[in-house]
Structure formats: C-alpha cells, structure tokens
Design a protein around this ligand. Structure first.
Ligand code: ARG
Length: 616
C-alpha cells in the first residue's frame, strides 16, 4: 500500500527514547532504547529500561549523576515533545514508566480505521523466508502430525506475509526414497497395463502401500526385484520414472484436496524437463492427469544438487569416513550426521543439507523455517550445525541468515495416548474436518438456523466454525506441548475456543448493524473518546496488535496471537458490559470502538487461517 506503516507502539516509543538518549548522553555510543510493556499496568502502559545499564557504564567515569534514578530523570527530561506521551515517572532502580495519552491512542485507532489494518503491520528484519511445512510423504496417509504442521506453518506464513516479508511456502513432500522400489514393482504386478490405465486404478494408495509392504516382507523374490527397481529409478530409467511419477500424482491429488479444504496454499518446486517453473503456479487437484501435478517435485527436486553440496562440505574438510558411511561429526552429538549411506545412496540429511544450501544461495532466503514434530529436532540441529561449520550460516543464533526448527508436540486422544481411531489406524485428516463441520451444523440446526438461514448460509457457517475450531484448538497451545483432541471441548461456545471467538465477532457485527448507523460515514467524522477506563483498556489492547504479531513471528509462536485475540474479546466484553453503546451520548465513539475491535479480530482470524462469520 502507499499508506505509511506506523509500526508498533514499542517502535514508536523507541524512536522518542532514542532521541532523548542521544541528547542526554551524547558521548555514549550504541545505546538502543529498551522498551517493554509495563509489568504492572497500575504504574504505566510501557517502560523504558535503559537507566540501570547506562548508570553501570558511566559510574566509574566521574559522572555528575548520582545513581540510576537521576539517569532516568535525565532521559525523561530530554524526551522530545510528542503527542504520544501523557507523563513519565521513574521507579525502582531507574525504570521509566510511561503513560500514553488517551487522545493519541484514540487518534491511532481512528487513523487505522481509515487507512486500514495493514498500517499496523510490524517491521521485521527479514526480506525473504522459506517456510517448509506440511510436507507429507507419498503413498502414506497425511496424519494428524501433518495437520499440525500444515496449520502452524500456514499461520506463520500468514503472519510473516502480513509483516511484508516475502514467504516461499514450501511443501517438502517425501517423494523419494527406497520405498518406491516396492511400490513400483507392485504396480507392475497388480496393474499390468498401468501405463494406459488412469491413475485411479491404483485406488487407495495407503492400502496399496500396505499390500506392497507385506509382499516385500514375505516374498524374497519380490524384495529383490524391489531393490533392483530402486537402482533403476535412481539411474533414471524411463519406465521406472514414469511409474514413480504416476504413483506420486495420486498422492498429490489427495494432499491437494486437504489443502483446498483447509484453505492453505503450498508450493512445491516444479520442473518441466530441466526447466524450473514458477512455484506459485496454482495446482488444482480436481482432474486426473493434472499436468502441473506431474511437474511437482518435493525432496526429489534436490537430488541433482546433492553431489555439489556435498563437495562444498567435503572441501571444507567436514566429511569423514565412518564404518563405510560418509559422515559429519558435530560437537556435542554422540552420533554423527550420515550424509552418504554405506550403499552409496543419499538420505534425508543429504537432501536437507542440499535444500538448505539451495534456499540460501539460489532462493536467497534469509530465514529458513522448518515445521515438523519435535521428534525431528535432533535431525535439524545437526543439519544446522553442519551448515554453521561450513560457514553457510553465521555462528551467532540471532544473526541472519538464520535457520529455525519449529517443533510441535503430539496430538493425544482422550485416553492420553497418541490420537488414533478405534481401529487403531491413524486418523484421516479429512474425516476430522468432516466431523467438526457436521457437529457444528447439527448445533446450528438445533438452534433453529435451518429455517432462519438459507441452506448455503448454514453450510458456510458450519464449515467456518467447524474448521476454525479444529485449527484454533491446535494453535492456542504452546506448540511444543502435546494437546488432547476433543471435539466437545473445541466446539464449546464457552471459554477459549474458536466458536466463542467467532460468535463474539458476529455479536459485535450485529451491534453495529442494529444501530442503524452508517459506519463508513462515522469513520470519516471520527471522534473516538476513551473516557471510561474500560474504553481506554480496550483501545490500548487494540493498539498492541502490531507488537504481538511481531513477537509471534520472531519467536515463531502462533499461540501468542491466540492469547491476544482471547484477551481482546474479554476486554471487549468488559467494555460492552460497563459502557452503553447504542442510544448513549457516546454512541459514535463507541460504535467506532466496536468496529475497530471487529477489524482487529478479523485480521487475527485471517492470520490464524480462520474464516470469520457475521451472524449467529
Ligand atoms: N516428510 C517429512 C515427514 O513427514 C517432513 C519433511 C520436513 N521438511 C524437511 N525439509 N525435512 O516427516
């Protein structure tokens, strides 16, 4: 947009304090303002924490100051005049408490309503990131773990995109490995005319995988053929390539259907012959023989680059021989990272090292983010450590370019064990979504909505609430903890659930609708007044949206945004309980506050991948 991005409150305060620090202590270089939200809201809204460390720096140098408190006072005295700050005071060992002007808070909200919530985007120190997420494996079912990766990864991507960072949403599909030998041989056996047959002939790929695995384990002759098939495939033999592509296509269509339901956009690398196609070309999974799907490449994309990447590592003297394999030893790790197996083949680690190199050097990303279960933490720690040894990544964790593993815990069933269905099979993703939706639909029908609404409205609302509930239940927990999958809990309209939040939003919309006032007109007139303490608290919380998104991005923690959203709805409830809106003398101002709350809530929903609803 051409509208100026105002940045977070913290950032705006930092600018003022930077000026004052420079004016008060011109001889001291490199002091960066340390601004935080006030620990105790009774003392102020924000605090500046520089006085103590400044005092420690200057106290031995014959300074005129007599302790951290006067240092704090000097910082306050040198603050430039601004619309922003009501008053400052020092406390404790030189903390500076800052109280914001409520007129400034009100103005900022009025301006956002006119210029758009995009002007509240945080500014991040990165330009381009790769978010590697979802990444299921061919011929295996997408399980709840992949659901978590898809949901968490999508939210991280959305938050980064909102913060004006370019995001490469990369699906690192497991489309390579020794299991393809048996899959291909099994295809030749089962469907002799496979080349002419439609992809449908394979049917349920998971069953296909199981059957071929069984055969592999029990039939030595088949096993030998399967092992030879791997060699033929890796050698690039036409027939084997073709069979591999066909098997992959079936899986990819299934994946695509899940992504479409979830409203998640993912990109694989795509090759046409040797040519690289733009990644963001849409793939629609509806029709068989989809030519774009056939060009998708997951892990296998990196195969041709592996020898070169390993050469680079070898030239740095990092690769050693160990028990017939080629490995990289990492300090502090008992087992080395195997990069070439004893049979000479490459593995998961060789691919990930190569992909990291590619993302850094070819895609010029400055932040590589990997979303998988915590079980893969060790793998990524080793890969990142090797990249540091090679000098691909800087030594300091906090410097860019940077690689981060976003780990997450297990999804548990009510029995506290890994979430499974009765048949002890893994749970199919689509079934979960279907059930959430149908439960929501039932609840809406029980509340008489089937007669009140059109069939389409009913359907759309059930879907938005049902899918939203599944996503939110996943995102609201700290991702590292295991969480229990429970429909009754996540579909409750009380407590910290998507249902409660979506309804809260719909209620705000209905307040505005029922007022009969034209909100677009009100925006132009403006006039938010934050007289009541609950109005001021709501206004301040609205204004903190940017810094929460920033924190959630930097720490890769979507649950921070959920906490923010839940508190927003609580602050709103308090305000609405204590401040009459429609028919009061403050109607205009309060309607604008309602609208601002709805706007921020909607942006939170969007960032969490949840579709808002407008009526309940
Ligand atoms: N396919 C892997 C799995 O299902 C996840 C891949 C994650 N990404 C990566 N670059 N290793 O466990």
């Amino acid at each position: 947009t051409d509208k100026e991005i105002v940045g977070s409150v913290k950032e705006q305060l930092a600018k003022l304090f930077e000026e004052s620090l420079r004016a008060a202590f011109p001889d001291i270089e490199d002091v960066h303002p340390m601004i935080a939200i006030c620990n105790d809201s009774r003392h102020g809204d924000y605090q500046c924490n520089n006085a103590m460390s400044l005092w420690n720096k200057i106290k031995g140098q014959g300074t005129q100051f007599r302790g951290p408190q006067p240092v704090g006072k000097a910082i306050i005295d040198n603050l430039p005049a601004s619309e922003m700050i009501e008053r400052c005071s020092t406390a404790g060992p030189g903390f500076i408490n800052v109280v914001l002007k409520k007129q400034w808070i009100a103005k900022s909200i009025e301006r956002m309503l006119i210029d758009g919530i995009e002007t509240w985007a945080p500014k991040l120190p990165v330009k381009r990131t790769v978010v590697d997420f979802s990444s299921p494996n061919i011929a295996k079912e997408m399980h709840v773990g992949h659901l978590r990766s898809t949901i968490i990864g999508d939210t991280l991507a959305r938050m980064l995109e909102f913060s004006n960072v370019e995001v490469l949403r990369r699906n690192h599909v497991g489309d390579w490995g020794t299991q393809f030998g048996m899959l291909i041989e099994y295809l030749f056996d089962k469907i002799p005319n496979w080349e002419a047959a439609s992809a449908q002939a394979i049917g349920d790929l998971q069953a296909f995988y199981k059957a071929s695995k069984q055969r592999f384990d029990n039939d030595p002759d088949f096993k030998e053929r399967a092992q030879k098939a791997v060699v033929s495939l890796q050698g690039g033999e036409e027939k084997y390539r073709k069979a591999w592509t066909q098997i992959c296509e079936v899986s990819r269509e299934e994946f695509q259907r899940v992504y479409q339901r979830l409203g998640v956009h993912l990109e694989e690398k795509k090759l046409e012959g040797e040519k690289l196609l733009p990644c963001d070309q849409e793939v629609t999974g509806s029709s068989r023989g989809n030519s774009l799907l056939l060009k998708c490449k997951g892990e296998s994309f990196y195969n041709p680059y592996i020898p070169k990447a390993l050469d680079l590592l070898n030239n740095k003297g990092l690769i050693q021989e160990s028990e017939g394999a080629r490995v990289i030893f990492i300090e502090g790790k008992k087992i080395p990272l195997i990069v070439v197996k004893r049979d000479g083949g490459f593995n998961y680690a060789s691919t990930d090292l190569t992909a990291l190199w590619y993302r850094l050097n070819e895609e010029k990303a400055d932040w590589m983010i990997y979303v998988t279960d915590v079980g893969q933490r060790e793998h990524f720690e080793m890969v990142f450590a090797a990249a540091k040894l090679a000098g691909w990544l800087p030594q300091n964790e906090n410097d860019f370019p940077k690689a981060s593993h976003v780990g997450f815990g297990l999804v548990l069933g009510d029995d506290g064990k890994r979430f499974r269905t009765r048949s002890t099979e893994v749970v199919k993703l689509v079934d979960l979504l279907d059930e959430a939706k149908s439960r929501c639909k039932l609840a809406l029908e029980e509340r008489g909505k089937a007669t009140e609404w059109t069939a389409e409205e009913l359907e759309q609302t059930a879907e938005a609430v049902g899918y939203g509930a599944v996503k939110y239940a996943d995102l609201k927990n700290n991702r590292l903890t295991n969480y229990t999958f429970n429909f009754d809990q996540m579909l409750s309209d009380k407590g910290n659930t998507a249902v409660y939040l979506l309804y809260a939003h719909a209620r705000i919309c209905s307040i505005i609708r029922k007022s009969g006032r034209d909100i677009e007109e009100l925006k132009k007139v403006g006039g938010i007044v934050l007289a009541h303490p609950d109005e001021r608290a709501l206004g301040l919380h609205l204004l903190q949206f940017a810094e929460i998104v920033e924190e959630a991005c930097i720490n890769l923690l979507p649950n921070l945004l959920c906490e923010y959203l839940y508190k927003l709805s609580e602050d709103f409830t308090k305000f609405y309980t204590n401040c009459q809106v429609v028919g009061s003398a403050e109607e205009t101002s309060r309607l604008l506050l309602c609208e601002a709350t709805a706007v921020v809530m909607r942006k939170c929903f969007y960032l969490l991948g949840i579709t808002p609803v407008y009526k309940i």
